[in-house]
Design a binder for this molecule. Structure first.
Ligand SMILES: [Zn+2]
Ligand SMILES: [Zn+2]
Length: 309
């Protein structure tokens, strides 16, 4: 079993088209791109989590074949609007062979998804309900949705705990996607082997109107949930203020509330490109004694999890 980070960026991809802010400039110079966040677990069965507008290119780049199951975290376009692109799988197999792909989302998320993609239900995809707290048994994995709070525009948002059965043992992944807080913290999310968590900003902004998780706040969950192997940060945006950048006046830029700082020192530099992100995350984790490793993955990064039996 391996996981493939198909995309690791925020809703509009970074660098953002036409943007000249310090973050977008730095990424352009480094030849980096973060497309809409989506992840594939690929092994004896393949599970796709979220299906945004970049899904076709992401699947081509990573040689993705028909997923066995799709889990949608919420109804926002950057997580669901690529469903129509899955038609490629159906169009290129003999008629009698095709089986619709089971797609799980909450009732509230389905209301919005069916408004846009109702014509796919029954032919391309099969509607399945994700109910928070209720386990879904797949062939080698048990999936438990848990409720996340991602603001009033995403009433259907959930994270997923994936428990892969592996040689009589369980390999657990906790996946949060977009959220700002949790309504309750179910015990099943704790102590995963791997935690995948949003870091939309580096510093928590003064006003978190878009209801996303910052790295500064994610530190709390990493501490609390104690991933055994590692935590991975996804859904990274260009919304942080970078000191001295004239682009700080742009609409998307949000000033920090109380920037992450060394315990007895000055604020950490706001990371712009991938290397800076990993360097500053390592420094923060070391200075603040955060257990385990925290990685800042990039698009198309492949992480082996365990050997399938
Ligand atoms: Zn998103
Ligand atoms: Zn969202």
């Amino acid at each position: 079993m391996e996981m493939v980070f198909l995309g690791t960026g925020s809703a509009w991809c970074i660098p953002e088209h036409t943007c000249d802010c310090a973050i977008c400039r730095s990424m352009t110079q480094a030849g980096e791109e973060r497309t809409r966040t989506s992840i594939l677990f690929r092994g004896s069965e393949s599970i796709l989590v979220d299906c945004g507008p970049d899904i076709r290119a992401q699947m081509v780049r990573n040689h993705v074949t028909r997923p066995d199951v799709i889990l949608i975290t919420h109804e926002h376009a950057d997580h669901s609007s690529g469903l129509d692109d899955l038609l490629a799988f159906r169009r290129s197999v003999p008629r009698e062979v095709w089986q619709p792909i089971p797609v799980y989302a909450t009732d509230a998320a389905w209301t919005s998804i069916e408004n846009r993609f109702g014509y796919l239900v029954g032919s391309l995809i099969e509607k399945r309900l994700a109910v928070p707290g209720k386990g879904i048994q797949l062939s080698t994995c048990r999936v438990t949705p848990f409720k996340t709070f991602h603001g009033p525009s995403a009433p259907g948002s959930v994270g997923y705990v994936l428990e892969f059965q592996h040689r009589g043992d369980i390999f657990k992944v906790s996946y949060t996607s977009d959220f700002v807080s949790l309504i309750d913290e179910p015990p099943c999310v704790m102590k995963p082997d791997v935690l995948i968590i949003q870091a939309h900003w580096f510093n928590e902004p003064l006003e978190n109107r878009p209801f996303h998780m910052s790295f500064q706040n994610a530190v709390h969950y990493i501490r609390q949930w104690r991933p055994k192997n590692a935590a991975y940060l996804v859904h990274i945006s260009d919304g942080d203020h970078v000191p001295g950048d004239p682009a700080n006046s742009y609409l998307k830029k949000l000033a920090p509330k109380d920037p992450l700082a060394h315990p007895i020192g000055t604020p950490y530099p706001v990371p712009c490109c991938r290397d800076q992100w990993q360097a500053v995350v390592d420094k923060v984790c070391g200075d603040h004694e955060i257990p385990g490793r925290v990685f800042v993955p990039w698009d198309n990064m492949l992480v082996p999890l365990f050997t399938d039996a």
